[in-house]
Design a protein around this ligand. Structure first.
Ligand code: ATP
Ligand code: MG
Length: 442
């Protein structure tokens, strides 16, 4: 065997396989999120994973962590086009809205879910391929719709059984207000030039707002006395921000105003928010959102107000594993179908399909083997019932129905066409079984 053939193939660092049963929990979480989004009238979009690189340099900005050092960019060897694996979903969504003229007629409430790619140092809660669920609204200037995004995410945490999420809020005002603040901020930070780290020095003139967001404690200390953007907001921006807060108060949502919550780019404005938790260590931000009224125009579209959020699925899954209710419920088959012999095999396929027609989850044994071995598998799968078909049963279209987790129900021989009725009755009359198998009757 040559060297490369004997080498074990591994997934790329920071890119994870999500396997059963973990992937089942993911699917459940996604279903809860989709139900929540659709409950607010949001429609799904499916967008490419690869986009032209200039989309991200224009939409995210040259002087950002993402564009400076996190993008998986490459040149298409066939036509020389510069391409990038999407690091986030907003840019592609705005591109699609412009390309297809979606916002020309009516406001659009959109959502997506899927993998994003960033070349970061992998650690708990930080991966190179990770998943986001995102929502974007185009054509509404808020603050009612900004509040809607927050209400929607709060409902999602509730539906997932998550209690300890804290909401942080800030306003970035309008570009002119930020320009005045920016000049004062640079002047302030220049006074501390010696204390700035390399990142901060590099950003001092290109993206000073992002310095406020630094995770370096020494920089945080310097920033504690920096001019506060909220003090630069004019009447219109204050109205927007107060309007948002008022809706949140009315809805009983607690929040903290955090002046350090920033986005470094000009097209962000008005409200920004983050949902954070103390349960995930350093990677405590689960969901980040805000308004970006300038983006569509920045990408060449007609000026269109817009806002949205993105949440990190891995971080949310980690939280659910620690605190969530319901996500861990197993989803065993209702029936394990064991069979032996040619005629029995044919009847088994018929029985399985008949049961599935009636909404019963069936795991049909494949690959032969003794009944003893098959019954062991039925147990291992956690099925509520085994349906057993041998030569005798196949000869007169019957099956043996055996309750596996309820000794009192015993075993009986029933006609194959009566099988769905027996199982349905069992689940309707048995609360424990209903709960364990995740459906209220079948
Ligand atoms: P951070 O400050 O943690 O790097 P960010 O500002 O880069 O976050 P956003 O671009 O706002 O993150 O993405 C929204 C959400 O996506 C984050 O709040 C987080 O939950 C998730 N996320 C971002 N980057 C990663 C990653 N590399 N791995 C896992 N989840 C991530
Ligand atoms: Mg980041």
């Amino acid at each position: 065997m040559n060297q490369s053939a004997s080498q074990r193939l591994q997934s790329v660092r920071g890119m994870n396989d999500i396997l059963p049963p973990e992937a089942e929990r993911w699917a459940r979480l996604e279903a809860v999120a989709i139900a929540c989004l659709e409950g607010y009238g949001y429609k799904p979009v499916r967008l490419p994973i690869v986009e032209p690189t200039p989309l991200f340099t224009r939409a995210i900005g040259e002087v950002t962590d993402i564009v400076e050092k996190e993008m998986y960019s490459f040149v298409d060897s066939l036509n020389g086009e510069e391409l990038t694996l999407r690091p986030e979903g907003t840019a592609g969504c705005a591109r699609a809205v412009i390309q297809h003229g979606l916002a020309n007629q009516a406001a659009q409430r959109l959502y997506y879910l899927g993998p994003m790619f960033r070349h970061e140092r992998p650690q708990k809660g930080r991966y190179r391929q990770f998943y986001q669920i995102g929502a974007e609204v185009f054509g509404l200037s808020g603050p009612d719709v900004d509040a809607e995004l927050i209400l929607l995410t709060r409902r999602l945490w509730r539906n997932l059984g998550l209690a300890d999420m804290r909401l942080q809020l800030n306003s970035l005002g309008q570009p002119e207000e930020r320009a005045r603040h920016r000049a004062d901020l640079i002047a302030y930070l220049e006074g501390f030039a010696a204390g700035l780290d390399e990142d901060a020095r590099r950003r001092l003139h290109s993206n000073p707002l992002r310095i406020l967001d630094s995770k370096n404690p020494q920089i945080q200390e310097i920033c504690a006395g920096a001019p506060c953007l909220l003090d630069y907001l004019g009447a219109e921006s204050l109205d927007h921000f107060v309007g948002l807060q008022r809706i949140l108060w009315d809805a009983g949502i607690e929040f903290d105003v955090n002046p350090r919550l920033v986005r470094g780019l000009d097209y962000y404005n008005h409200g920004v928010f983050e949902w954070v938790t103390d349960s995930l260590g350093a990677q405590g931000t689960v969901c980040a959102g805000g308004r970006y009224d300038g983006l569509v125009a920045q990408l060449g579209g007609k000026p269109t107000p817009a806002c949205g959020f993105a949440l990190g699925v891995e971080r949310l899954m980690a939280l659910c594993a620690a605190h969530g209710g319901g996500m861990d419920a197993p989803s065993p088959p209702d029936v394990y179908l064991a069979h032996q012999g040619g005629a029995a095999g044919r009847l088994a396929v018929y029985a399985a399909e008949t049961l599935r027609d009636a909404g019963v989850k069936v795991l049909l044994h494949c690959g032969g083997g003794s009944f003893k071995a098959q019954m062991k598998k039925a147990d291992g799968a956690g099925a509520a019932f085994a349906v057993i078909i041998g030569d005798d049963e196949a000869a007169d279209d019957t099956v043996q129905l055996k309750a596996l987790r309820d000794a009192a129900s015993g075993q009986r021989r029933v006609r194959v066409d009566a099988l769905p009725g027996f199982i349905r009755e069992y689940f309707f009359n048995n609360d424990t079984a209903k709960k364990e198998n995740g459906h209220g009757g079948i």
